[in-house]
Design a binder for this molecule. Structure first.
Ligand code: FES
Length: 106
């Protein structure tokens, strides 16, 4: 929706958990099992090259995401490190929502 939100995180936390702990609607239906791609995020170009490479399993799962970009990753697989301070993450405008009842994970 074009809203920006700055949040604090501890090293080792995943982008998925950080989003969920801060009321940001990132689903994560499979809880990090690389089976749903509902945690699809788009990483800012300035930080994308600082990330560890995606595994083959992550890339296979990302193939199921809508609005895929060159800097797409799974939020459940990205762990925060001090080098990523200030990372810019965007949630795609549409996603394949697995929850049909409006449930928002805590
Ligand atoms: Fe399902 Fe990340 S939570 S792939």
């Amino acid at each position: 929706k074009g809203e920006k939100k700055s949040v604090k995180a501890e090293p080792g936390e995943s982008i998925l958990r950080i989003a969920q702990h801060n009321g940001i609607p990132l689903e994560g239906a499979c809880e990090g099992g690389m089976a749903c791609a509902t945690c699809h995020v788009i990483v800012g170009k300035d930080f994308y090259d600082k990330l560890p490479e995606a595994s083959e399993a992550e890339e296979d799962c990302l193939d199921n995401a809508s609005n895929l970009t060159e800097t797409s990753r799974l939020g459940c697989q990205l762990k925060v490190t001090p080098e990523l301070d200030g990372i810019d993450i965007t949630i795609p405008g549409t996603t394949r929502n697995f929850y049909v009842d409006g449930h928002v994970p805590k």
